[in-house]
Ligand binder design. Structure first.
Ligand code: NAD
Ligand code: DAU
Length: 355
């Protein structure tokens, strides 16, 4: 993003979600001359309570809208004439993609193509324009016990979620090749941290331990993920957006592999300490359940390209990150209560539609 004149108008899609909300906050604090727009449909995963602290910022605008609506997207883009787009809006949960693949095609594929089409118009008149697509390491499929995903690893998605993200990545690349749209893609490993919807492993297990509910470990728990603290991902996105090379892809990861069952034991130990429970209490909640169909065995990222080219590496250790995450869920029981009861869905009406 090399346009010199400020203020720059940056659109973040999916900014009310987990990673998007951290990114909105980061851009507002790191780039005070930017006008940051957050376009989000507020699905079950979008929560404006994530952004309570910055919603009054003069250089922040929230717009409720659906990226699957091409007419709306085109009007919205021509109204605001963005200098850059960072695209995070998506259906993001693998289990939901197994029961409802079509929603994933609609949002992740069609929604992305709508944004690409609208971006072509803006790129015509602005040589500094950049479309930055946020993707996942799941597009590469599964690793065996050895090896790492790098930027040349062939795509081999196994779940409807990863197939839809792989498809969206291909469309972004194709718009670069065919129409000359300036783009960057990054593929990141599993994020964790504050504000993550408690359907994903870490927040689900924290929440269940607090409530003394079973911890459903899929299969034998012998599956490996590479965990990255969400603020480190937001920092990497900021860096790639500003310093990354157009037409390139960057892998982002935590250098932090954990088997699910080992991570579950660690969470149980940390939570027993936090709750002042006798050691071993939370372990009793572990319940092995039917495996996820098409479950990828192992993900692990080789993040040496972003490290060598842009100097990025994770700054938060897993120990620190988990401690911060657990503390956040304890200190934000109201957020958790609203999310689990569905009350958070009313926040938009109260804050934005009362006048
Ligand atoms: P999330 O589910 O928490 O948030 C997604 C956001 O997109 C929500 O605010 C939702 O309301 C919005 N959205 C969904 N459909 C929309 C639509 N049709 N129009 C407009 N907005 C819509 O997701 P997340 O975990 O923050 O992930 C964000 C992005 O990062 C996704 O593209 C995901 O594929 C990618 N990613 C996530 C992870 C991870 O570990 N969470 C890792 C790598 C990449
Ligand atoms: O790798 C990046 C991806 O990480 C992102 O692209 C996705 O948006 C994000 O949801 C995440 O996908 P996973 O499927 O890896 O995350 P999830 O938290 O659903 O599961 C992590 C691991 O834990 C996985 O091996 C499945 C397992 N699991 C998950 C849940 C929710 C369980 O054993 N029990 C559970 O209840």
């Amino acid at each position: 993003m090399d346009k010199k004149n400020s203020p720059k108008k940056i659109l973040i899609t999916g900014g009310a979600g987990f990673i998007g909300s951290h990114l909105v906050r980061r851009l507002l604090t790191q780039h005070k001359d930017y006008q940051v727009f957050n376009l989000d449909a507020l699905t079950y995963a979008g929560n404006l309570e994530n952004l309570k602290d910055i919603e009054e910022a003069p250089n922040y605008t929230f717009v409720k809208g659906d990226i699957t609506d091409a007419g709306f997207v085109n009007d919205f883009f021509s109204q605001f004439n963005f200098d850059g787009v960072i695209h995070l809006a998506a259906e993001s949960h693998v289990d939901r993609s197994i029961s409802d693949p079509v929603s994933f095609v609609r949002t992740n594929v069609l929604g992305t193509v709508n944004l690409l089409n609208a971006s072509l118009q803006l790129a015509k008149n602005n040589t500094g324009f950049l479309f930055y697509h946020i993707s996942t390491d799941e597009v590469f499929g599964s690793l065996g016990q050895e090896g790492l995903f790098n930027e040349s690893t062939a795509y081999d998605p196994n779940s409807p979620y990863s197939a839809s993200k792989a498809s969206s990545d291909h469309f972004v690349r194709a718009y670069g090749e065919t129409y000359g749209l300036p783009y960057i893609i990054s593929n990141c490993s599993n994020n964790y941290g504050p504000n993550q919807f408690p359907e994903k492993l870490i927040p689900l297990f924290i929440n269940n331990i607090i409530k003394n509910k079973p911890l459903p470990v899929y299969g034998d728990g012998d599956y490996t993920r590479d965990w990255l603290y969400v603020k480190d991902h937001a920092e990497a996105i900021d860096l790639v957006f500003h310093k990354g090379r157009k037409g390139e892809t960057y892998n982002i990861g935590g250098f932090n592999e954990w088997k699910n069952i080992e991570l579950t034991h660690l969470l149980c130990r940390l939570m027993d300490i936090k709750l002042g429970r006798k050691e071993g209490t939370s372990e009793k909640l572990i319940t092995f359940v039917k495996d996820r169909p098409g479950h990828d065995l192992r993900y692990a990222i080789d993040a040496s390209k972003i490290n060598k080219e842009l100097g990025w590496k994770p700054s938060v250790t897993f120990e620190e990150g988990l401690e911060k995450t657990i503390d956040w869920y304890f200190e934000n029981q109201e957020w958790l209560g609203h999310v689990t009861s569905g009350d958070y869905l009313e926040y938009y009406k109260k804050q934005y539609q009362t006048q």
